[in-house]
Each structure stands twice: as C-alpha cells, then as structure tokens.
Design a protein around this ligand. Structure first.
Ligand SMILES: [Fe+2]
Length: 215
C-alpha cells in the first residue's frame, strides 16, 4: 500500500522497507514467544489475514500512521509494565521503543510535507483530530479502522478491546498519546495547541484561511 501510494517518493519508500523489516521482527519475536509457551501459529493460516487497501491520499495515510505508532507505543509500554513475566515485559519494552522511533520517522516526513506544500496542513490536522478521538472499545489504529480490518478477521476480534480494558482501564490513559500528537501538530501549525479543543479551533482557523485563499 505504501509503495503504491508513495510511488514518487523514493526516500519514503526506502524508509518503508526498513519499517516493514522492523515490524516483521515484532511479528517473529512474538510468534517465537507464543511457540515457547505452546501456541503454534500455522503459517498457512496467515494469508487470510492479508488485506488489500483502496488507494488513499498519501498525507492522510502518513498522519494516520504517525498517530497509530504513538498509540501502539503507549499500549506496548503498558503491556511491558504489567505483563505477567519478565521476558514478555522486556519484549514489549523493546517493541514500544521501536514504535516511538517509527513515529519519529513519520513525523520527519510530515514536517517535510508541510515544508514543501503548506496547503496540506488542514488535512493533517483533521486526520490527527479524528485519530485522537478513540476509546478502548473502538480503538483507532491502522489495523482496526478499515472495513474489513485486520483485527476484525482474527479468530477473536474483541481480543484487543479486552487487553486494553485490562492493561489500560479507564478513559484518561491516552494523555501521553494526545500530548505527543498535539506537540507535533503545534510544531507543524506554528501555534501552541495544548488540548483537543485547541486543535479543533485551529482547524477552523486554517480551514477559514484556506477557503479565503481559494476565493
Ligand atoms: Fe511501528
């Protein structure tokens, strides 16, 4: 999907090849862990989880993944703090650090996009707002929001929901995710955005400006 939607951006495609390699390491280490505790995943069953996505606007995909990496790092950090044994805690600690590093790379490409084409800013802010609005029961991540989604194809589609309610109960746990997303949106906008409400008002401002320029 990335190689198709970012066909003309060779630098980004190079990054995506490294990103894919690292995400595969996550898959392999978790699979190896499951095998050690007696859960064998049949490789032949995995292709049914593969999905093809319709072409999407590159800037929104980029923003969605920036936010998704922040959220996944947050989940993995919680799993690493509370997992039932130390090897799993260490695995999730490493995975969380990787996801934050991926997030930092996506942030770099978002900065470059705004520098090259400032008119993409409203689309970035809108997608960030949409991604920030999430719940444990309907968590927003690239693997949950398409129709069908990767998670909806799992044997137990409610597994993530249960994990989140167990490891991150309540509604306010998302504060670190919001803070990191708002920090980048502030930087891209050149305006301090401290809350979701600030983000919403700023979207109205930049959309008003964009409409005025169009007229
Ligand atoms: Fe990642």
């Amino acid at each position: 999907m990335f190689l198709r939607d970012f066909y003309a951006d060779i630098d980004f495609c190079s990054f995506i090849s490294v990103w894919f390699y690292e995400e595969m390491k996550h898959h392999l280490v978790l699979r190896k862990y499951l095998e050690r505790v007696g859960e064998v995943i049949e490789e032949a069953e995995l292709p049914r989880l593969r999905l093809s996505f319709a072409e999407g606007p590159a800037i929104e995909t980029l923003t969605m993944h920036y936010c998704g990496e922040q959220r996944l790092a947050h989940w993995y950090t919680a799993f690493s703090a509370n997992a039932p044994e130390p090897v799993l805690r260490q695995i999730f600690k490493v995975l969380a650090a990787d996801e934050l590093r991926h997030g930092a790379a996506y942030a770099k490409y978002l900065r470059k996009a705004v520098r090259n084409k400032p008119e993409v800013l409203p689309a970035i802010l809108r997608m960030a707002l949409w991604m920030i609005r999430t719940t444990n029961d309907n968590p927003k991540h690239p693997t949950t929001i398409t129709e069908p989604s990767v998670v909806s194809l799992l044997e137990d589609p409610h597994y993530i929901r249960r994990m989140l309610n167990m490891y991150l109960p309540g509604r306010d746990h998302e504060a670190p995710v919001q803070r990191r997303i708002l920090a980048l949106m502030s930087e891209l906008s050149g305006t301090k955005l401290s809350s979701v409400r600030d983000l919403l008002s700023h979207i109205r401002v930049v959309e008003g400006t964009a409409a005025a320029v169009a007229v």
